[in-house]
Design a protein around this ligand. Structure first.
Ligand SMILES: NC(=O)c1ccc[n+]([C@@H]2O[C@H](COP(=O)([O-])OP(=O)(O)OC[C@H]3O[C@@H](n4cnc5c(N)ncnc54)[C@H](O)[C@@H]3O)[C@@H](O)[C@H]2O)c1
Length: 247
């Protein structure tokens, strides 16, 4: 690690939050800012996300390497470096049986959730490795560990993230960069509201704590994983499931 430039606390960290317009990403950006970190958010441009740099918000489409590359360069330029990146960009896609899921839908979900994570990794890891310090976190899901009925593409994409982070973690283990995954169970966000009520009920019954998680609880764990204190854990899948995940 380059001890002269590496942050000693999260407050000294320069962070990029991808998928920052909503849900877990939004809560994480707010929490990191409240902790004193320098934070730039990125997301698909929309009415609520102008993507104008001045407001600390960048336009980024994780399926487009050019868009990711230019947003990452802008973040590095603005903050003078990049210490921590969390990629919260993701979609649920249609909740449908495997046989009624079109190949187009399957590929679209994989492209955003899994290929997007690869594209983000390729864009940020060189800067971090060069600085001999970094924290990269992708968001998987309990669905990627267990497989959830009627979410074949979503489950496959989230399982893919587990393999991706374990491989990247080994490749970058000697560079001072950690690469991990967070696997939330059920966190109340706009994405989770897309899960049909009956399926939400079935999932609730599997949670020993008897409640869904909040975006603020996700942000709290994410902040720790992005912090310099989380220095000896890489290639790991952190659970956030109220006890639902058992392995
Ligand atoms: N909420 C849950 O219960 C839950 C559980 C497990 C995993 N997750 C994962 O957590 C992550 C965050 O989800 P959330 O619940 O906060 O959902 P959300 O819908 O509130 O936020 C997701 C964000 O990703 C952005 N996004 C989508 N496609 C994008 C693209 N191509 N490029 C850039 N940004 C894009 C959206 O615009 C949105 O702001 C996702 O990866 C999701 O799969 C969520």
């Amino acid at each position: 690690m380059n001890s002269e430039t590496a942050p000693r606390t999260i407050a000294e960290s320069r962070c990029l939050v991808i998928g920052a317009a909503s849900g877990i990403g939004l809560a994480t950006a707010e929490r990191l800012r409240a902790s004193g970190a320098a934070v730039i958010g990125a997301d698909l441009p929309s009415e609520c996300w102008p993507g104008d740099h001045d407001a600390g918000s960048l336009a980024m489409d994780v399926t487009d390497p050019a868009s990711v590359g230019s947003a990452v360069s802008a973040a590095v330029r603005t903050m003078g470096g990049l210490d921590a990146v969390v990629n919260c960009a993701g979609i649920l896609g249609p909740v449908a049986s495997a046989l009624s899921t079109s190949i187009d839908d399957f590929e679209r979900i994989l492209k955003i959730n899994l290929t997007g994570a690869f594209v983000v990794s390729q864009a940020v890891l060189p800067t971090m490795a060069k600085a001999r310090y970094g924290r990269l976190l992708h968001i998987s899901s309990t669905a990627g560990k267990e497989g959830v009925i009627n979410m074949p593409a979503y489950s496959a994409s989230k399982a893919g993230i587990l393999g991706l982070v374990k491989s990247l973690a080994k490749e970058f283990a000697l560079t001072g960069v950690t690469v991990n995954a967070l696997a939330p169970g059920n966190v109340v966000t706009p994405l989770f509201q897309e899960v049909p009520a009956e399926q939400q009920k079935a999932q609730a019954a599997k949670i020993p704590m008897g409640r869904f998680g909040t975006a603020a609880e996700a942000a709290s764990l994410i902040e720790f994983i992005l912090s310099p204190e989380a220095s000896y854990t890489t290639g790991f899948v952190f659970d956030l499931s109220g006890g639902r995940a058992t392995y």
